[in-house]
Structures are given as C-alpha cells and as structure tokens.
Design a protein. Structure first.
Length: 211
C-alpha cells in the first residue's frame, strides 16, 4: 500500500479519509497546499477526493504532470473538476436525477463495461449506482470501467495520455459516505479502496523498474 490522499478539510473528507473505516488505506493525508512540498514519487497513487475545490489543486498541475511522467497514478473523483488540472480530459456535466430510486422499477442506467477488471471482483452493479454528475469523452486506448445509459464513460483508466495512469470518475462516493447517506457509496469504497491499495503497491514497483 502506498497512497497519498488530499484532504481539503471538509467534514465529509475528514470522515472518509481519517475516520476509522478507511484511514488504514492511506499512508499520508495532506492539505492541497502541501502538494508543493511533498515528494510525490514516494507514493504509488495520489487520491483527490470528491468535490475538492479545483482552485486549490490547479497551482500544482505541473507537479502532478511530472508525477504522471514518472509513472505515478492519480485518482480524481467526481465534482473536483479534474479537467482543469489534469491533461487531456473532456468532461460534460449533466443534470442530476437524485430521485430515480423512488420508482420501484427505477434504473439509473449505470453499467459495468469491463466485468473482467479486478475491481469488479470486489464490487457489483448495486454498488456503483446512486446518481450521476456527468460523463467523459475518453481517449483512444483508455479502459472504460463504468458507463451511463448512453454508453458514455463515468469511470475509466487512462494509461495512454501520459507514462503514468489517471483513474477518472464522475462518481462522488467519499462525499456521500462522509455525510452518512447513500449506502451504495460505502459499499463502493469497501471494494474500491482495497483494490486501489493493492494496485498502488504494484504501481510503485512498476515505476521503480522504469527508473
């Protein structure tokens, strides 16, 4: 495990990143401003949580790009406007339907696009659907993991834009888990964070071999 997480200080981030359920997955938690003085190359992955204010990350975009060029992994969660501080991201926001689940036959339309991916050994269809904030236009060669009803990416892995990897999603599980509602988001994190910890450790070894 080798994950650095950004904590902008919101209550839901404090609970999600430093609360007892998930804090074991993070080697270090820092304020966005501390990225300027942090040796990013010492970590297998950098996690930027849901709804982190973009203006606090944007001053560090050059350092983040250098980390990607080194071979690092950056995870950018929903509503943090990653298109403003990461390269080659095309994001389209959509109107959010918060109440689809009130219909007994309701279906948000989220689909697992790559069922063989290791992440989906830990989570299933019920764990990825709460609501949507938008979709991405993915570069050729990116691996799309989740799609909306129209087949557009809402979670994907980009290993083609840079020598490193970007894991990008419009889902906002940390926000809802930290506010104690939307049980699907907790189930999502129960699978996503252990997978990311294992993957980050492997990614760090891969980056070391490239040096």
């Amino acid at each position: 495990m080798s994950i650095l997480a950004v904590n902008a200080g919101a209550a839901y981030q404090l609970e999600s990143l430093e609360g007892p359920r998930y804090r074991r997955y993070f080697d270090r938690v820092v304020r966005p401003e501390a990225l300027a003085d942090t040796d990013l190359d010492g970590y297998g992955a950098l996690l930027v949580p849901c709804r982190t204010a973009a203006h606090r990350i944007m001053p560090h975009s050059d350092r983040l790009r250098a980390y990607l060029d080194w071979g690092g992994t950056i995870v950018a969660m929903g509503e943090c406007h990653s298109e403003r501080w990461l390269p080659s991201i095309s994001f389209t926001p959509v109107e959010t339907n918060f109440w689809w689940w009130l219909d007994p036959n309701g279906d948000l339309g989220v689909r697992i696009a790559a069922p063989a991916h290791p992440l989906f050994r830990r989570i299933g269809p019920r764990d990825v659907a709460w609501h949507l904030h938008g979709h991405f236009a993915t570069p050729a060669g990116a691996e799309v993991l989740l799609t909306d009803r129209e087949g557009r990416a809402i979670l994907y892995v980009d290993e083609v834009t840079t020598p490193g990897r970007m894991i990008l999603t419009s889902l906002d599980p940390l926000f809802h888990h930290g506010h104690y509602f939307m049980p699907a988001t907790t189930r999502f994190l129960d699978g996503f964070l252990p997978w990311l910890a294992e993957d980050a450790a492997a990614g760090r070894r891969r980056a070391r071999r490239r040096q």
